[in-house]
Design a protein around this ligand. Sequence first.
Ligand SMILES: [Zn+2]
Length: 552
Amino acid sequence: MIALARKYRPKRFSDLLVQDHVAAALRGAVAAGRVAHGYLFAGPRGVGKTTAARILAMALNCERRAAGEGEPCGECDSCTRVWTGAANLDVVELDAASNRGVDDARDLRERAMYAASAEGRHKVYIVDEAHMLTREAWNALLKILEEPPPRVVFVFATTEPQKIAQSAAPILSRLQRFDFRRIGPRAIADRLRQVVSAEELVADDEALHLIAKSADGGMRDGLSILDQVVSFGEGPVTAVRVREVLGLISDDVYGELLRLVSERDPTAVFPLVERLVDAGADLGEFVAGAGEVLRAVLLGNLGGKPEGFTEAMLALIERYRTPLPAPDVVRLLAVLSEMEPQLRASGNVRLGVELLLLRWAMMARTVELQTVIEALGKRDAGGGMRDAGSGPATPPVLRDASAGAPATPPASRIPHPDPPEKGPLTIDRLRSLWPRIVADARAKTPMLGALLQVTEVVGVEGGTVTIRLLDTNPVHAEGLERQREVLAQLVARYVPEPVRVKLQGAESRERSAPRPSRLTEEGARAERLKTLRAQDPSLNAAVDALDLELLE
Ligand SMILES: [Zn+2]
């Protein structure tokens, strides 16, 4: 039995799936007798690059092709020899991955000097994985292409044209380039259906969709998988059989995943993973599949049409479009991309998958963020965000560690086992005490300690201590301004009465340079978004990824 992939390999340009633009151009060039000396066929693997090169060789040497025709007959001796890859003087196939050296290139060059085997025939060199050729090899080839022998055609096939551009840019200008497209799962499924009927096999649509999806854009792989599934067992090719042979995870597992994520049901995480492990499923495969399903939900939400899923899966994707709106899905995907490297590197994949699903199931939703923002908006209208830490109406999630409750405890709660000696509040005494106060501050909040290190005492008047910032960093000024109260308490421990702390230049700074982002409603909103983004990196990535204005 001939392998299906081989049996159904195209024999004519018109049989090339999806690559109509390439087929038309090559057919036209053959028909007009204007075939180039060098071609570059670029594109993903399995999309027909070497097949197209062979068809070109067949067409150029076909014994039955009439003048003005572009397609090979596919039946004559010459066509058959090229197509089957039998010993052939006129078509030489080289795999650059195994023939990289300059010696091979020299050999190629010498061989190219010989004319084709007979009058009117063409010699076609097909160099596969051409990006693997060395610079020296390209240099040798460049010399050939600068003065090409008559009726010699080079076809370079590559999955990585950018590498050729890097290592052999000059040669690109001598090559006619064709970009082969990825073959979509629907096109693969359609072709599989034709093959199934030609082979008098029986296969259900769902099975063919699964195979097409697993083929990942390669027609040859699609046919090989079909072959494999057919060879395991008898009777019709069903989805269940395909899943068994390929070790695929069933749709209802993903259905359960979508449910537990959209309903925020973390308790369902452990049973689901347990079920996968018990079934011997590949957890990496499951995570990849989950990512694809979420992508499909997102695509559906953005008005696209997910492709390559079974009918049952498409129904699930449609059903979860509403409970999982686009911004939510973007955030779920952001968490996935963030955790993927860890999952791959982790020795305990099961734990990693459980953590991923837990994070998904416990993630805050856009709706809730919206509520938070609305609450913030109300607060902002009544007095600004800087006082956010003290008001009872402030949503707790928005507390900023440096401005929130821990930074402004009542004086009695400042820990001090050994009360310092109190004395008069004078500038000299305070200056000499300053290093101790800085140390006290550092013990309490490292941030304040660091800020005080770049300060000096410049005045004492009544109960007010004026300090000056030694640098001009506005962030430092703002930080100190926020912690004036705490500092006042620290100072008060050394003096008999309460003190106030003033930051020199603070008033004028506030008056002359108000933060511009506060000036407009738009700026205020941008700042709130910035705060939220800083608190939730996944949201951050999501906004960047889709440039979504999800919160506005
Ligand atoms: Zn022929």
